[in-house]
Ligand binder design. Structure first.
Ligand code: BGC
Length: 694
């Protein structure tokens, strides 16, 4: 390849037009660009195709400026996928997105978000997969593998510790190496091992003072060194801050250069290579890594082919994820499932007459059939995005499930009207919502817009009140003891309405489990106030204030932190109810180099159902953590043997000096159960000492 050909591969364009944005962000995209988030010209002389990139956390994204008029299948949010604890469904969702991308002409998807939920107010948690390293890593890896099975490259993102949106362009995530390796980095490592993503997207934030996209430690030492990652590192949009430092720090490709303060990998990189500041060997490596992934994933031999999409089959995937990802948090006295013979139902709130809520930002998908409703976004940056409701009406699906019932709807703004409707009905279903978007965090853990008062008033009027939550994060529930049932459906995607009705009426037995702890208050969090929340930020490229986000919880993220601090959450990690019940027995724990655990699981109820049986271990001197799980489908009375073997890195502590994963010799307690707090079986075994390489 000529110098210019190599340089052109490492220099990306924004693929759509950002009219109204300040120059140069409003630049006209190259005419070959398909209108996704990114475009990198190919080398036609050598048969190397262009990279056509689209966002794709939850479907082939097409919100905002992206290809107006386009539609795609909208999966439920990442937290819903994580709540299924079903790796096959994560794979199926990925394969669905990959198929649509391929049929729309894209060969790179900006998917695979695996940042850990260190803060339950992070505005992007809905795109990610929760607070646990193993669960998030496995589910992200499966979704990436699904995408790439369709010859479309997937990223894994945002590398790394990009765990809040407030001040994301300038904050420094300050965290020691041991804690980082044991949590967020291990989630990336597991996702990369399982999914083999063609690219890694480095993050906006700084990590211990160094920007993610010029972070020698993360990119060169950990990713390309310790993990021997063969693919390429692409920058997040507007995440590049230098030429030589970034190229030598491990960045292989500048994405959408008009988003950066200046063009760093265009003419300046050419000059740096010509002057020898960036050796030609490094440029060869950068271009070589991109080509490696293109051939490894098959984008050259199997280029995208524009073709029809099997929308019904894809909608069915979205519905299945919504059904398995809904978490039944509370169900007092068997209020749910509802009987199809119900006579009158009051449906209240959250535009449940027309649709279901979606999260916003670069992941926005406008689903097939078009949105039911689009409202202006809220919050400091919220105005950049719309509040989109997919056209899947829970109310209509409820009416179809209870054909003889009188189903009323009230919007919820008028509390008196909602109360009057609830009083007249056999059962009241309040839909509550929390809209979240990229770029801003939730200001607190409370449901916004007076919805707590609405729920409390409806619950006082009708003891048979069910709350359906559509949220991007955990929320507080001051009314919890007064309602009969609570179903968390996250953002349930374009078949959310049907999925909700199927669960409410028992056509589907809920099997989702929380991938994130629900706190009782902000005071329980390691950072009760969001760092930087008092500062002012601009969108891209401004001179935003530099500030630090400390991570005092270190390795003890989420439920591990709650346990370490002796706090009881509102709902624990792993919690989720079913319409049947399961019993556990016959625990056997074998030790040695790792832990091998087996036990039996029985469906002791009268309905068919699925249980997510979770295995936790407490290595000596450490906090308990998830080491494995199995999701098992059982008929009434059926018993199955379950076996789980631990990845030894989950038993180890990361020894920075050695360096490596140090498994200590000793007795390891093992607990098996239905959630991190509902442990039914206890055992232990001796594990031998080992040191595994980083
Ligand atoms: C987001 C990325 C996204 C990119 C392109 C950025 O603002 O952080 O997740 O892939 O934009 O849209």
């Amino acid at each position: 390849m000529t110098l210019d050909e190599k340089l052109s591969l490492v220099h990306g364009y924004f693929g759509a037009s950002l009219k109204g944005a300040p120059p140069p962000m409003n630049a006209t995209p190259p005419k070959e660009a398909l209108g996704g988030a990114g475009y990198v010209p190919g080398v036609s002389r050598l048969g190397v195709p262009a990279l056509q990139e689209s966002d794709a956390s939850l479907g082939v994204a097409n919100g905002g400026n992206m290809r107006p008029g386009d539609q795609a299948t909208a999966l439920p949010s990442g937290l819903a996928t994580a709540s299924t604890w079903n790796p096959q469904l994560a794979h199926d969702g990925g394969a669905m997105i990959g198929t649509e991308a391929h049929a729309k002409g894209f060969n790179v998807l900006l998917a695979g978000g695996v940042n850990l939920a260190r803060d339950p107010r992070n505005g992007r948690n809905f795109e990610y997969l929760g607070e646990d390293t193993l669960l998030a890593g496995v589910m992200a890896g499966e979704s990436i593998a699904g995408i790439q099975s369709r010859h479309v490259i997937s990223t894994v993102k945002h590398f790394a510790i990009n765990d809040q949106e407030t001040g994301r362009m300038t904050l420094s995530s300050d965290i020691d190496e041991k804690a980082m390796r044991e949590t967020d980095l291990l989630a990336f490592e597991i996702a990369i091992e399982r999914g083999k993503p063609g690219a890694v997207m480095c993050s906006y934030n700084r990590i211990n003072g160094e920007y993610g996209c010029e972070n020698d430690f993360l990119l060169n030492k950990v990713l390309k060194g310790d993990w021997a990652y063969p693919g390429w590192v692409m920058s997040d949009w507007g995440g590049v801050h230098s030429t030589v430092k970034a190229a030598m720090g491990g960045l292989d490709q500048e994405s959408a250069h008009t988003f950066d303060k200046q063009d760093f990998f265009g003419a300046p990189l050419k000059a740096a290579v010509e002057s020898g500041q960036v050796p030609m060997a490094r440029l060869d490596d950068m271009a070589g890594r991109i080509l490696h992934s293109m051939y490894a994933v098959g984008v050259v031999e199997h280029p995208p082919v524009k073709r029809d999409i099997d929308k019904a089959a894809h909608a069915a995937v979205a519905q299945k994820v919504a059904e398995e990802g809904a978490v039944l948090l509370k169900n007092e006295g068997g209020l749910l499932p509802l009987a199809a013979q119900a006579k009158s139902i009051a449906v209240i709130g959250a535009h449940a007459d027309v649709g279901v809520l979606s999260g916003a930002g670069s992941s926005q998908v406008i689903s097939y059939g078009g949105s039911a409703l689009e409202l202006p976004g809220k919050g400091a940056f919220g105005g950049l995005f719309k509040i989109v409701y997919h056209a899947s009406s829970p109310m209509k699906a409820i009416a179809a499930a209870a054909p003889g019932a009188k189903v009323s709807f009230s919007g919820g703004q008028d509390i008196a009207a909602a109360v009057a409707a609830a009083k007249q009905a056999e059962v009241a279903i309040v839909f509550a919502e929390q809209w979240q978007t990229e770029i801003q965090d939730a200001p607190n853990l409370s449901l916004p817009d007076g919805q707590d008062a609405l729920i409390a008033a409806v619950a006082a009027a009708n003891p048979r009140t069910i709350v359906v939550l559509q949220t991007g994060n955990p929320v507080l529930m001051p009314w919890l003891s007064n309602v009969g049932a609570v179903l968390e459906v996250w953002y349930p995607g374009q078949r959310g309405g049907e999925a909700i009705a199927n669960i409410l009426f028992g056509k589907v037995n809920p099997s989702g489990k929380l991938p994130i702890s629900f706190p009782q208050s902000e005071a329980q969090l390691p950072r009760p106030k969001i760092p930087g929340s008092e500062l002012k930020f601009v969108l891209f490229g401004g001179n935003d204030p530099l500030f630090s986000v400390p991570y005092p919880e270190g390795s003890e993220v989420g439920y591990r932190g709650f346990e370490a601090r002796g706090q009881k959450p509102l709902f624990p990690f792993g919690h989720g109810l079913s319409y049947t019940h399961f019993t556990y027995g016959g625990l056997k724990v074998a030790g040695g180099e790792t832990l091998k655990v087996s036990f039996t699981l029985t469906n002791a109820g009268a309905r068919e159902g699925m249980e997510v049986a979770q295995v936790y271990a407490t290595p000596p001197g450490q906090q308990r953590r998830l080491i494995g799980w199995k999701k098992v489908a059982l008929k009434p009375g059926e018993t199955r043997k379950v076996e789980v073997s631990a990845d030894p890195r989950l038993l180890a502590e990361y020894d920075v000096k050695a360096p490596g994963w140090r498994v200590s010799a000793g007795d390891y307690a093992v607990a098996v159960g239905a959630s991190s707090a509902d442990l039914r079986l206890n055992g232990a075994s001796r594990v031998t000492a080992t040191l595994l390489k980083p």
